[in-house]
Design a protein around this ligand. Structure first.
Ligand code: NIG
Ligand code: FE
Length: 387
């Protein structure tokens, strides 16, 4: 069946070869057929279709590509958040309390939770999500987490090297052996990506290199958590190994920025983390002006960022990180696609997947201008309405 969305007041296409990367056109229409976009153009030149949706002058954007999340876990850490808002500092060690709750949860409990988060994300315009393991930290539980994630997305990341679990506190190298050996063997069949938390309190640059190289040798592609809590060597390592993305980047040196600008590695900013941990916001303006490709993602997790809202992240990135609304929407759509090395999403043009969001607003600017307001009216993934 052919579905035409017409009378679109502002259509963000992100189409290559346009005047700006975050290109938008007025008075537009989009045709979808068999899950793909088959035509984009002026509303008054639109072809016929079996189903016609009148956008009544409102805006349409590509579905959000949330390239960083940790959606499979048990419990929550509301009390830790409350203590932090009363002045306590965020530290990587909090991850361990979620590990205990995750190990104790059944597959069905984790699956129900995961599906709830996905519904939440669809309702907020997300059509692609990457999901990491990392709250199991033993072979059996990490395998469960990547297997459950693979039920709902092709973008699955093995993050056994999230933090050293309590039982290996005296033998971190032994834990890296486990991650790069039997755990990787068990998890790799369900995953596309290998990730590591390269940070003080988690894994050193040398340990991170071992983890990433083992994953690469097993056919996984690298992405890296780094420079979240302070500067470190993770960014340079990510660039050296050709990682698709380095995520967080709250503390970057000038050398980090120069290395990123000269590379194919995307920097994925996670505004929910600075918001929820009361850390300083990274300066996206400095990065974009230096030529770094920036993506935005939610990093949904019970510790550092328990939001699943890409519109919220866009609003914070515009308000506090110096991005324009157009840049932030690009970073949350085409930028996320780049961070996942995907060439079939993040853009509204013929041949791309029909992943689209109709906003209850006349332009994308409203996503930042009206923070906290539910502006997502309808969402299509592969041409099927999901919200
Ligand atoms: O991306 N940085 C490491 N991992 C998560 C936080 C995990 C947690 O605190 O539970 C993150 O921020
Ligand atoms: Fe994360």
């Amino acid at each position: 069946m052919r579905t035409l969305i017409t009378n679109i007041g502002e259509l963000t296409t992100n189409a290559a070869g346009s005047a700006t990367p975050h290109h938008a056109v007025q008075d537009a229409a989009v045709l979808m057929e068999d899950g793909l976009i088959t035509w984009v153009g002026r509303a008054d030149e639109a072809p016929g279709a079996e189903e016609i949706i009148d956008a009544e002058g409102r805006a349409v954007i590509p579905g959000f590509v949330d390239s960083h999340s940790h959606l499979v876990f048990g419990g929550d850490r509301a009390a830790e958040f409350e203590a932090r808002m009363a002045g306590q500092k965020y530290a990587a060690g909090g991850i361990r309390s979620t590990v205990a709750a995750t190990r104790a949860a059944t597959d069905d409990e984790l699956r129900a939770r995961l599906r709830g988060f996905l519904d939440e994300m669809h309702a907020q315009g997300t059509t692609t999500v990457e999901i990491k393991s990392g709250y199991g930290l033993d072979v059996e539980t990490e395998e469960r987490l990547v297997r459950l994630a693979a039920e709902v997305t092709p973008e699955v990341t093995f993050l056994g090297a999230h933090v050293v679990p309590a039982e290996y506190a005296d033998d971190p190298e032994g834990y890296v052996d486990l991650v790069t050996g039997p755990m990787l063997e068990a998890c790799a069949p369900h995953a596309r990506w290998i990730d590591v938390f390269c940070e003080t309190g988690a894994f050193s640059v040398e340990q991170s290199r071992r983890v990433l190289e083992a994953g690469i040798a097993r056919g996984l592609a690298p992405r890296v958590h780094a420079s979240q809590l302070g500067p470190g060597g993770g960014v340079q390592l990510a660039v050296e190994l050709g990682a698709a993305s380095i995520d967080h980047g709250t503390y970057l040196t000038d050398d980090d920025v120069a290395a990123l600008a000269a590379s194919e590695t995307v920097l994925t900013l996670l505004p929910g983390v600075e918001f929820s941990t009361r850390q300083p916001y990274p300066d996206a303006r400095r990065l974009i002006d230096a030529g770094v490709t920036v993506a935005l993602a939610c990093d949904t997790n019970p510790g550092s960022s328990f939001t699943s809202s890409m519109p919220f992240c866009i609003a914070v990135a515009v308000r506090d990180m110096g991005m324009t609304p157009a840049e932030a929407v690009w970073a949350a759509t085409a930028g996320g696609a780049r961070a996942l090395r995907r060439e079939d999403i993040g853009v509204i043009a013929p041949g791309y997947r029909a992943d689209l969001v109709l906003l209850r607003a006349p332009s994308r600017i409203h996503l930042a201008y009206r923070p906290g307001v539910p502006l997502v009216e309808r969402v299509w993934k592969d041409g099927v309405q999901v919200a």
